[in-house]
Design a protein. Sequence first.
Length: 319
Amino acid sequence: MENGSSKSQALGEFEDALAFLERSCLPWLERAQNEDGGWGFAPGSLSRVEPTSWALLALEEFRPSACGDRGLGFLQGSQLGDGSWPAVTGEKKGSWVTSIACLALCRRPEASNVVARGLRWLTEEWPGDSGWRWRLLRRLALRGRVEDRNDAYCGWSWTARTASWVEPTSYAVLALDGSPPDLVPAKARLRLQLAESMLYERMCSGGGWNCGNPMVYGVPGEPQVGPTVWALLALRRNPERPEIQQSLDWLEKNWNRVSSPAGAALSAIALDVLGRRNSISRTSLRNFRENDQTFCNVPVAAWTALALSKQRNWLQNHA
């Protein structure tokens, strides 16, 4: 009897989520699109690559639309000559948003050349901390202080040629793993190996990740929900590894430390994808949307939609 009741409740929640998507979330994202085909962080704000990419991922997850074609046009027009994308419209220097743009476009055959150029830039864009000068300066700065870290591991930066960070590294891994193999440069395999090693090494001692290092001048860093979610998604190929299970334990216990629709949506994605059916995060997500807190900005609305997807097409690996 309880089993039947649980199934009925789950079906009711699923139908409620679908109704919310069709009635509110997806139409809101469609209406928030600017005339140039892009999205800003809020309706009516300047179009930028990051919110455009998240909006496209969410809309394409559920249904093809004219919004997607116009969004593709915006991203194509925003790509720089070297294959990268700038964080801010009008800038001439590539950044971490290149990974999100590639992830948003990698399942569109008509964008294959655009994606291939972006992936090539990602593969060739080494962070500053991969160079011997950076490593030498770091060792001199840490002289007399103990910090167990392998300088040979590196990922990707927020800004080109600076230090490796957890979130941009995770985004790049998702983009390279999620793109068709014929678009991914051969050299990307080495970058992925180094990046995954870096992510495992950067995990905090009790599970989870923060923005940068697990130890700063000998003081343990505090994990944060956002970096933890993105690192878990980037490393989801090996769900049984102790580091992954420990970090999932941390996320289950701490996802609501910052009570926000963004935290609830991202946590729900990671916990579901990695097999932790966390009803608390889904309930909180429903409460946020019922109180109209989901629509605070475009990425949050997109993450909410992606949290309600059952197919997870945007997270399928191709590499």
